[in-house]
Write a new protein. Structure first.
Ligand code: GRF
Length: 196
């Protein structure tokens, strides 16, 4: 299987995904795409020998379908079978998510269905949650809403700040996403549950 990884920033999850696709892993990375040509993750992808594509979203302001058509053209050169969104911060229209139904994953830093959207760690702290974590799910037209393919649970500690909690969750994202992708690429949708 050929995997495209979409990023917007540093790409720490992308690096872990790329590093996991070796040996008898059923998938290999074919391209890393970013909506931000200056994303630090693009440099890391190139260092790992993976082709990159970047399209700034700003010139397409207000015309998401045109932006997504340009993405599809750039992707076609690399013939991906699976897309992994990893710290990708742009919403995708139903036109794009439908075209990739059952073939596109995302990692979200909360225990979905709790805390869809942004600022998940401060929301969990404000709610007084004693547990938090991250979720890998199939992407649908509804934001952070598709079938769950994996979750990792971490404790919330009394002295936690959004930053300390985010760091604890990110460490588990780096374990969870590669584990889910390996199963998913082998055609196995059995959810992965990790608890620290
Ligand atoms: C992090 O907040 C992570 O929780 C979420 O996207 C952000 C950046 O991740 N998945 P990455 O380092 O670019 O993978």
């Amino acid at each position: 299987r050929r995997v495209a990884v979409f990023i917007s920033g540093g790409g720490s999850n992308m690096v872990k995904l790329l590093e996991s696709m070796t040996g008898d892993h059923p998938a290999r990375p074919c391209v890393v795409f970013s909506n931000n040509p200056d994303a630090g993750g693009l440099v890391r992808a190139r260092e790992l020998g993976v082709p990159t594509e970047a399209l700034p979203h700003q010139p397409f302001a207000g015309d998401r379908p045109s932006f997504e058509a340009a993405i599809s053209t750039a992707l076609a050169r690399h013939a991906p079978d699976i897309i992994c969104l990893a710290g990708f911060m742009r919403k995708l229209t139903a036109g794009f998510t439908d075209a990739w139904a059952g073939k596109m994953l995302n990692i979200h830093p909360s225990l979905l269905p709790k805390y869809k959207g942004l600022h998940t760690h401060s929301r969990a702290l404000e709610a007084g949650d004693t547990e938090h974590g991250c979720t890998v799910h199939e992407v649908t037209a509804r934001l952070d809403d598709g079938p769950v393919l994996g979750q990792a649970v971490v404790p919330v500690l009394p002295e936690d700040t959004p930053d300390t909690l985010a760091a604890r969750v990110l460490t588990q994202e780096h374990r969870l996403y590669p584990a889910v992708l390996r199963r998913f690429a082998a055609g196995d949708r059995t959810p992965v549950y990790l608890r620290t």
